[in-house]
Ligand binder design. Structure first.
Ligand code: ADP
Length: 290
């Protein structure tokens, strides 16, 4: 199973180029689209959900064009937008049953099996009788996944699902989508490096409509080994040396001294400490266009 994006571009009528000639292939498993606010993630996801058309380029799902075969593609798609709208005063189970009717599962027996299954997989069994409008942010997100799973989608697209969730809810939510990713394509966007680190088979960084080549989080970290350093030298002093470097971040150590964290492939003085690369380093480096 694969989703293939070829030279996709989209410029809004106000001149914003939200998607800038993107090509990417996504396979089964969890795929993380990491990028800051305004990077173009939602624009890309809305396009992949066929809710908006690109200006140019092509998207194929298993070699079939998604825009000219929208109806059959949408039957295999589950899309959870960033804003999921208003929640009615109705129990989770009742509402899922109602959605199942709308989605054409006409037999009551089949509906019951399906509703129980999606409640189970999204960890909502214990609260199935509670009204959805009383749910916490994390429960709402999991409910969003439950309702899209009623279709038994092959491709699941979720836009910034962890935004605004507390750490425990985030973990619970990510575990739910991890569970459904074993046989499906699960594409989700985030601005949190932590979300992609341990979960995603593959990831890419998006910035200003542009996409970096896809990579696994572990290879992203591996390729930085021996190239990430911390130093007490100020940026001014660093600039005065002949070392060409890229500043990634900084932090205060326990003695309240500011340490600059840099990337360089060059030999550095003994006053620099070699540090273990993190995915965050890869993210910052990619954002800086290297
Ligand atoms: P992200 O999801 O990464 O935050 P978006 O896709 O929402 O990024 O936005 C990418 C850029 O496109 C931003 O500059 C945003 O302001 C702009 N944008 C998004 N939607 C529209 C729209 N409907 N019309 C005009 N500009 C838009």
């Amino acid at each position: 199973m694969k989703l293939t994006i070829n030279n996709l571009s989209k410029t809004y009528s106000n001149g914003t180029k939200a998607i800038d000639n993107i090509s990417l292939e996504i396979n089964e498993g969890m795929f993380g689209l990491l990028g800051p606010n305004g990077a173009g993630k939602s624009s890309l996801m809305r396009t992949l959900a066929t809710l908006q058309l690109p200006d140019s380029g092509q998207v194929l799902f298993n070699d079939i064009d998604i825009f000219s075969n929208k109806i059959s593609y949408r039957k295999q798609l589950g899309y959870l937008p960033q804003e999921f709208g208003v929640y009615p005063k109705e129990s989770a189970k009742g509402l899922l049953n109602y959605f199942a009717v709308l989605k054409g599962i006409s037999s009551k027996k089949d509906r019951d099996v399906m509703v129980d299954y999606v409640l189970e997989i999204t960890n909502l069994v214990d609260v199935k009788k509670k009204h959805v409008n009383t749910f916490s942010g994390g429960m709402r997100q999991r409910f969003g996944i439950a309702q899209l799973l009623l279709n038994q989608p092959k491709i699941v697209i979720v836009d910034e699902p962890t935004a605004g969730l507390d750490p425990a809810e985030r973990t619970r939510f990510l575990n739910v989508i991890r569970n459904i990713s074993s046989e499906n394509i699960v594409l989700f966007s985030t601005h949190l490096v932590e979300d992609v680190k341990d979960l995603c088979k593959e990831m890419t960084v998006m910035n200003s409509g542009w996409l970096a080549p896809k990579i696994s989080p572990s290879s992203a970290i591996d390729q930085l080994k021996g190239k990430i350093w911390e130093t007490m030298e100020t940026e001014e002093k660093l600039d005065a040396t002949s070392i060409s470097y890229i500043k990634l971040s900084d932090r205060y150590n326990s003695e309240n001294v500011l340490l600059n964290r840099i990337y360089t492939e060059e030999r550095v003085p003994d006053t620099f400490f070699s540090v273990t690369p993190k995915l965050e380093d890869f993210y910052f480096l990619t954002l800086k266009g290297t």
